[in-house]
Design a protein around this ligand. Structure first.
Ligand code: ATP
Ligand code: MG
Length: 377
């Protein structure tokens, strides 16, 4: 058994730290506030929400829902994702609990059936069945308000609603959320810029209606101690310097550190004490394994996009990308070509940026790709 989980649900004993954040969530949500949770991609938002749902103060005391709305592009789909999530959480809780939901969801009655012989419920709703999304949305909120337990609904990648073609989705949701007594919301996402704009500008419906948690990297001492402890539990050894190196290579970025440690745990012989060389060796192999996929990704880019991406990968974090200095240093074509390439690379989520005042700092979304480009070009 590999204690470094890189997919699926992490059992509590293999969940690293986040003690302060978890306790903060428990206090804030049981204290009846809604939460805005942001972080860079792959820092651990989704896992933190699941871990929070598992806390003794929450589990069994609340119905806990989680919908990742990243794939949605319309209010219809939003409504579909929310209702499917509620359905799948309630099914294992038995007919009485489920019926309470079904009895409120009038607009989709036709999509529910119980198998006449086995009594097994099924919910086969298609996008086309949602004819009046606003009405169905109202019913969903109505259910959450009347449910037999208080509810917590986490909506992940919430920034997506800003892209829906329907007008006033934010205002519509806000008007529902505002009146709820029985349900608390966690709005989560990695697009800090869009989200903070949604929640922090006075002209927007969601202005000032949540407590905010920004999820940063796990502290170095905590992460290193966790790595060493996981090896010890398996009666294996790793040098502290090796664990530090794994952390430093990715500046503690959870997904990448964890991924690397997962592979180190699998590939290094159990009787060997893991040292710095083992870390670097496994990392080389990992990048080698990904090489084919990365090459494929690069082949979809045009020349300008490629040279811009390479320049940013080499810089690590790049500011002033349209400045003469940056263009010259990297032998790029012109500010406008860089600007254009960047906007496509952002749309394709190959690049990401942080904004401080008017300064934008660009970096690659995928730290493995960044390392691979640095080695390859
Ligand atoms: N507290 C933790 N303990 C152990 N592993 C963790 C922890 N947090 C995150 N991870 C690791 O990082 C990976 C990514 O975490 P998660 O999916 O929660 O990030 P995310 O911020 O939701 O990412 P995305 O932006 O892609 O939605 C997990 O699959 C796991 O391998
Ligand atoms: Mg996530």
């Amino acid at each position: 058994m590999n204690p470094f989980y890189i997919t699926g649900i992490i059992p509590p004993e293999h969940f690293c730290d986040r003690e302060i954040e978890t306790q903060w969530l428990v206090r804030t949500v049981t204290g009846e506030a809604d939460v805005l949770l942001t972080s860079p991609r792959r820092m651990g938002k989704t896992q933190l929400i699941r871990h929070f749902y598992n806390q003794p103060e929450i589990k069994g005391h609340y119905h806990t829902f989680y919908a990742d709305i990243y794939p949605t592009t319309s209010l219809h789909e939003f409504v579909l994702f929310l209702s499917k999530e509620i359905y799948s959480v309630l099914v294992p809780k038995g007919k009485a609990v489920l019926d309470r939901f079904l009895s409120v969801l009038h607009s989709l009655t036709g999509s529910f059936t119980y198998d006449p012989v086995s009594g097994v419920p099924s919910f086969d709703v298609k996008l086309g069945d949602i004819q009046a999304p606003e009405l169905t949305l109202g019913e969903i909120f109505d259910y959450l308000e009347k449910a037999d337990l208080p509810c917590i609904f986490a909506i992940d990648e919430f920034q997506q609603i800003a892209r829906y073609p329907e007008k006033n989705v934010e205002a519509l949701l806000r008007s529902h959320v505002q009146t709820m007594n029985n349900c608390r919301f966690i709005f989560a996402g990695s697009n800090r810029h869009i989200l903070e704009n949604m929640f922090h500008s006075a002209a927007k419906p969601f202005y000032n209606c949540t407590e905010q948690l920004y999820l940063d990297r796990i502290a170095r001492e905590k992460y290193v101690a966790f790595i060493i402890a996981k090896f010890r539990e398996a009666e294996r050894e790793i040098l502290s310097g090796a664990a530090q190196l794994a952390y430093n290579l990715f500046e503690g970025h959870t997904y990448y550190v964890h991924n690397l440690m997962h592979h180190v745990f699998s590939y290094v012989a159990p009787e060997k004490t893991v040292d710095e060389n083992d870390i670097l060796f496994v990392l080389d192999n990992l990048l080698e394994e990904k090489s084919h996929a990365f090459a494929g990704e690069m082949s979809h880019l045009n020349y300008q996009q490629k040279e811009t991406l390479i320049a940013i990968a080499k810089a690590g974090k790049a500011t002033g990308v349209t400045s003469v200095a940056f263009i010259k240093k990297n032998a790029l074509k012109s500010p406008s070509s860089v600007q254009y390439a960047i906007s496509t690379l952002l749309d394709n989520q190959i690049l990401t940026y942080e904004q401080e005042g008017r300064t934008k700092t660009y970096s690659l979304e995928d730290r493995f790709l960044e390392m691979w480009i640095r080695r390859t070009y």
